[in-house]
Design a protein around this ligand. Structure first.
Ligand code: CTP
Ligand code: MG
Length: 173
């Protein structure tokens, strides 16, 4: 698996992670309820609309990749079944993101405040775990994983700065 293939593989997760910033809002996933520690369960940054947008656009990315693959544009990606993969990556991304926020609230980190590991990598970890049944054999080699972790970290930091400049996010993280 080369770097381009690793990027195509993870793309639905990136899209699922990015679209809630644009389409999110409205009722929070935790319905504004608090956990027994007195803090919010997840916080206002996790909304149903964001969750659905991430699932839809991430899965749609898988669908487009599946079309491109069958039209031979993505040839050389061995054994990749993009349609279920896109859905699994999107579901993992959204659940990983919720889990990250859940842990942040338990650590009493306020909504929107940074947590350098959880913000960038919780979604990736869950996405990768969910993708295991759909990944081509040999994908989870150490070099692919290291590449994705480093790339995700850098891209996440850069896109957040960019989204902040564009006025999509109040804070640059
Ligand atoms: N978002 C959403 N629904 C989701 C995930 C994200 O509506 N399930 C939107 C929210 O507007 C959120 C923004 O995308 O503020 C950025 O997402 P993120 O950085 O993950 O949320 P934070 O606001 O930083 O909240 P937290 O501290 O819980 O991570
Ligand atoms: Mg954040």
């Amino acid at each position: 698996m080369n770097l381009v293939q690793a990027l195509l593989f993870i793309l639905p997760a990136y899209i699922a992670n990015a679209t809630p910033v644009i389409f999110g809002g409205g009722m929070p996933v935790d319905f504004r309820r608090k956990f027994k520690d007195g803090e919010r369960i997840l916080g206002d940054g996790k909304t149903w609309r964001g969750l659905l947008a991430g699932l839809c656009f991430g899965s749609l990315t898988g669908l487009v990749e599946a079309q491109l693959y069958s039209s031979a544009m993505l040839q050389g990606v061995p054994g990749m079944n993009f349609l279920p993969l896109g859905f699994a990556l999107s579901l993992g991304t959204m659940l990983g993101d919720l889990t990250g926020s859940f842990i942040k609230r338990r650590m009493r980190i306020k909504r929107g405040h940074p947590s350098l590991i959880l913000d960038q990598l919780s979604f990736l970890l869950f996405a990768l775990l969910f993708s295991v049944p759909f990944a081509p054999s040999g994908f989870f080699a150490l070099d692919s994983l290291v590449f994705l972790v480093v790339l995700t970290y850098l891209l996440h930091v850069l896109t957040n700065i960019f989204a902040n400049r564009l006025g999509l996010k109040k804070v640059p993280w």
